[in-house]
Write a protein that binds this ligand. Sequence first.
Ligand code: ADP
Ligand code: MG
Length: 775
Amino acid sequence: MANDDEFEDSIFDNVNEAELAELERPKKRRRTSKGPQDNRDDDSIFDDLDEADLAELERPTQRPRTSAEVPNTQGGQSRLALAERILKEQFGFPCFRHEQAGAVQSILAGDNALVIFPTGAGKSLCYQIPAIAFPELDKVDGLRGPSTAGVTLVVSPLIALMTDQVDALKKRGLPAESIDSSKSWEDVQRIYASLRESKLRILYCAPERLNNEGFVATIGDIPGGIRLLAVDEAHCVSEWGYSFRPEYLKVARFADEVKAERVICLTATATPNVAKDICKAFNVKESCVFKTSVYRPNLELHAKSISAGSVPADYWIRLVLGMPEGDKGFKTESDKRFEELFGFLRSHPGPTLVYVALQQQAETHANVLKKHGFNAAAFHAGMKTEEKRFVQDGFMSGKIQIVCATIAFGMGIDKPDIRNVVHWDLANTVEEYSQQIGRAGRDGKKSYCMFYLAPSAFYLRQIFARADLPSRQSLKGLILDILGQARDLGVRQVFKVSHYQQEREYDIRASPLSIIYATLELHFGFFRAITPQYTTYKFEAMKSYHYTLKNDSSKEATAILSGAKKKVKFHDIDVNEVASQACLTRDNIVKKLNQLNERGHVKLQTKGLEHRYIILRELPKTEPEIEAVVDKVYAQLQTRETDALNRGREVMDLITGNRCFARALAEHFGMGLPGGKPSCGHCTYCFTKRPVKPPAQPREATTAASIQRVLQATKVRDDPRFLARVAYGIKSPRVTELKLDKSPVFRSLAHHDFDDLLREFTKACDAAPATKRQA
Ligand code: ADP
Ligand code: MG
């Protein structure tokens, strides 16, 4: 029911950065995933390795404690025995793999832990086994009874994956549930009841759920409390991380507030800096970090440089979108890249993922491949759920050989025999590259990764990296607005804002906006987010509507029936009004409406998502106080842009550096190759013994005339960064609002240096009289 229009904002029409967020955004109705992924049980990513390799992989960089080192040896051993018994009896696996045993033991001994295993290695068991072991340990300890067994709470960003896990656990007869937006009011009540009765062992939820004050209160009151808090995708907590998510910082606060007995953090990728951040946020000792090597002996890592060719400037957009130019007398970079790709795919048969940067590319590339006789399909977050499902199932079952995908494809895909992973564009970060190639060859058989380095890919990376930083002036406007909303309110009072409107009003994209709010909340402690609300509810009554409500004896049903006002097609309902009239809570009215919607008695529509914040302390009032806040927040946002640019450079360095790719990759994660080997022997560098030369990047110097053209297209002079974005081709809320993305000057200076553009437009703005924002 979320009004999805509100979320459509991107630098390109189809940008992939929004996709991760999209994945976790509560969807109307999530599929209950029952598909090929459920056959994961016997999958092992390291099946076919030789013994020496395995021994190496198992060797941790920081040695975990063996059971003998756990303080209470007796207890340590019996805990391990119990864990092994659960592993065999409940999960049907003969033994632990990687560092699972160490992690499980730490948790059972009462420590916090961090687990860094690649996807598919078996992180979930590290919390699932303790969750089941607690009541049994309680019996041995005699310290508490079954009615205070507590629960293990798993915070995980992907609802679809949570559903898979819950289904798998239930199949094994283990009491697990997830609380997410697809749950009906009754479902939620039932889950709360089983929590109160200590009947649930594992509960999954998304991090956003922790903003829900009702949920937090319920969880805080469970008899026995939270025995274990499991934080999946824990790298999101780190500002160093490639996918920092402010919501995750609140997970750490939540752990303290509900006094979680212990915490286990799980991630597939963590550089040393990220691991340090996670350990700090969740109080994990160094000896309780468990990790496996990222080295994959069965992967051949290849890279190839594609030169620009004789590319006229107006081909930029075509280049970016990878559209072949047909017969035009010369070859574009894109033509060349496609030729390479066709050759690669012909000589490397088997299931293949081709990663691209944009949704539109996923589509165009799949079409081009189909035209050339390949069995290909597209996958990206912009597709309909059924289409995505179709492609995913087709790929899993082997009906589709090649998927051209954005970053959205892969999470939760556990296909053992992916033979090739191709990077058409530069990956955003080394972590992302590592995750994506890690999907190849999970069956241990030889697999190939190909990475194309082309000039237009650099341009794309710039676009992504440069899109988030607002101008300082925009930021100040926003902060003044927020303070204004709260001006006449006191501590403990609630103010509401629409992020959507603020994005447009202050030309700040959704992701930096949420970081700004998180900084004001967590760094300055000004306020705290509580459950967001929709301002407007309306519905279309179905045939069964009247009959159902008349026969529903609940107070909510009666209140809705009398409070909803029929207009032409829709019934309008003011939920606040209806609730207060009937002395009910707004929450229960909303839940009832959702329930009616789910059962098909109404078609519910919501609009105007409002974020709500409760004020925690006095807010800054004087100009210097406000300036100080703006400075601090702005510095943080600037650092993020620099980091994003650096991350792109790290990917380049990995591929074009004077050393083995696999070794460079391992070192990025603070490790080395097995046995301290200097090189892997199966990457482009090892094969050719020389670095891959990056393609020349066409760069033009800015001319007065080209700058002037952009200035003539708009009256805006208050924001040089805005003008540079228009010229370079980066969308922002204000660019779209002024329709400048449709102007010929948009992206007209794409082949220039962004910093040069920024300098030139700063000069132009300084010279112009301060013109007010254009309407
Ligand atoms: P991750 O979260 O690390 O990506 P999962 O926890 O989803 O991985 O596990 C991947 C697969 O490995 C699952 O099918 C799981 O049942 C299986 N698995 C986990 N641990 C073991 C083990 N010790 N022995 C055999 N299979 C295991
Ligand atoms: Mg997992």
